[in-house]
Design a protein. Structure first.
Length: 73
C-alpha cells in the first residue's frame, strides 16, 4: 500500500512550479520575483525536516515488523 506521504515530495514540487508560473504570469514585479527562491527554500526546508521524521519512523516500523517476523518464524 502506498502512503500519501510517499507521493508528497513530487506533489509539493508540482505545486511550487505552478505557483511560480501563476505569480510570474500575473505580472509579478522584478523585486518580488527575487523573493521566490527564498520562499521556496523555506517551504522545502520545513518540509524536509518533517519528511525526515516520517522516513525515520517508517524505517523503525519496518525494522520492528521484520524483527517480529524473525521471532515468529
Amino acid at each position: 500500500m502506498v502512503c500519501a506521504l510517499d507521493r508528497l515530495p513530487q506533489r509539493l514540487l508540482v505545486i511550487g512550479v505552478k505557483a511560480r508560473q501563476f505569480l510570474i504570469g500575473s505580472g509579478l514585479s522584478e523585486s518580488m520575483s527575487l523573493l521566490l527562491p527564498r520562499v521556496e527554500s523555506l517551504v522545502y526546508r520545513e518540509f524536509e525536516i518533517d519528511f525526515d521524521k516520517y522516513m525515520k519512523s517508517k524505517e523503525k516500523l519496518n525494522s520492528s515488523i521484520e524483527e517480529e517476523g524473525v521471532h515468529h518464524a
